[in-house]
Design a binder for this molecule. Structure first.
Ligand SMILES: Cc1ncc(COP(=O)(O)O)c(C=O)c1O
Length: 413
């Protein structure tokens, strides 16, 4: 995404130096062009029924862009639902998932007439029925099924094994069918699944498709006509050159093998795949030191800015902007947070770096800013969107003083 023109870093036709002049590091920067390319390519392979997983990047400028590309939104909380509406998504293009939706969440979703509320338990179906009855409404719903398939991803982002908390076990379909006969205000028209994130194993997709097709047929045979089959997201992004190759075209082949003779409307909920590679995190070196023979570069982004390395052991490639010599050194890049886990990467080779130099942490468009926090009482990162030679700040964080003022000290102290 970063290109060097006369040794100066550019994103699209915007000079990174121009952005740095007006934005304090650390900040996230996204390429609009890259996002558009990825969305269009995905639509070309998988069809128009793409619902962007808002949890991966919920900035309203990004949501507005996604909406302008004619895709829908997949939300997992009331907040994300409100954000998506505020960014301009038509309610008919919003799907509401989530393992823990409250009465208020469901009431709001019913009132807004969104495309589908995907339920994740028999209890939730009963609650939804009582709320729909109360409002005298007929509500289209889906059920998220748990197909008991191990996607081969790390445990922290696995969601499709029967012991995971997500969805309704596939062998409960009979119980769902029986329950639906008591739910006169609900119209069950969809099934969905999502077996986890960073799934590269084509067999896992294939087995999921087979289970979902069988399930849809089972419902349909019972007289519940399933219209939508939502096959989730989770498409793999290559963060590391050693990561497996993943081609979305291979999924398409399995899809056709499984569903070509049926009339179900297939849909998908990718997040990471559409936006991870379109984002970078720009950070400055604020200190250098040698401890126990390790050359540390301490940068101003920390695990509060990008938590993935500390939380999931995730790898993000880091690139230098300043190359003063050809001589390289072995570095460990760490954040400023008071935690030993606040390390971005160990043992990378960069040319000699100094305080004030800029580093780029790559492929951070998904699960970056959305997971940032003010831990250690540090400000949230700024976000910037690049469009050709133009750029705009799309999130300007509050000063940390605002965060400090938000605490309420009780009168007895
Ligand atoms: C229900 C649901 N759909 C879609 C996604 C998007 O996953 P990914 O960003 O890996 O495509 C997630 C994230 O885990 C999810 O929980």
């Amino acid at each position: 995404m970063l290109e060097f023109k006369n040794q100066l870093p550019f994103i699209e036709n915007t000079s990174l130096q121009e952005v740095i002049k007006v934005c304090e590091t650390p900040f996230y920067l996204y390429s609009q062009d890259k996002i558009i390319q990825k969305v269009e390519m995905t639509k070309k392979v998988l069809g128009e029924n793409i619902f962007f997983s808002v949890k991966s990047n919920s900035n309203q400028a990004i949501l507005k862009l996604m909406q302008s590309l004619n895709i829908g939104a997949d939300v997992v909380s009331l907040g994300e639902l409100k954000r998506s509406l505020s960014a301009g998504f038509d309610p008919s293009k919003i799907i509401f998932e989530g393992v823990g939706k409250s009465k208020d969440d469901l009431t709001f979703a019913i009132q807004k007439n969104i495309r589908l509320i995907n339920t994740e338990s028999l209890e939730e179906i009963k609650l939804l029925q009582s709320l729909a009855l109360e409002q005298n409404k007929y509500v289209d719903i889906g059920v998220r099924l748990n197909p008991n398939i191990d996607g081969g991803t790390i445990n922290k982002i696995s969601t499709g094994k029967k012991t995971d908390k997500f969805g309704i076990e596939i062998n409960e379909i009979e119980n769902i069918i029986n329950l639906m006969s008591d739910c006169k205000n609900l119209n069950l028209i969809g099934i969905s699944c999502h077996i986890g994130s960073q799934i590269s194993n084509i067999n896992a997709y294939k087995n999921t498709f087979i289970e979902m097709k069988k399930s849809a047929d089972k419902f349909s045979l019972s007289g519940i006509n399933i219209k939508h089959v939502d096959l989730g997201g989770g498409f793999h992004v290559r963060y590391n050159k050693n990561d497996p190759e993943f081609k979305i075209e291979n999924i398409k082949k399995e899809l056709d093998d499984c569903f070509s003779k049926s009339n179900y409307e297939l849909s998908f909920e990718p997040g990471r795949y559409l936006i991870a590679e379109a984002g970078i995190l720009v950070t400055s070196i604020i200190n250098t030191k040698q401890n126990g023979g390790i050359n540390y570069l301490i940068v101003d982004a920390g695990m509060n800015t990008l938590v993935r390395p500390a939380m999931y052991n995730a790898y993000h490639e880091i690139e230098e902007i300043t190359k003063k010599t050809d001589e390289t050194m072995n570095y460990t890049v760490a954040g400023p947070i008071c935690e030993s886990s606040d390390i971005f990467v160990k043992n990378i080779h960069l040319t000699k770096q100094s305080i004030g130099d800029i580093l780029i942490i790559k492929n951070t468009g998904a699960y970056g800013k959305v997971m940032s926090s003010t831990y250690n009482t540090r400000a949230l990162p700024t976000e910037v969107l690049i469009n050709g030679e133009n750029f705009a700040i799309i999130y300007a964080p509050d000063k940390i003083e605002k965060n400090i003022e938000e605490d309420i000290i009780p009168s007895w102290l």
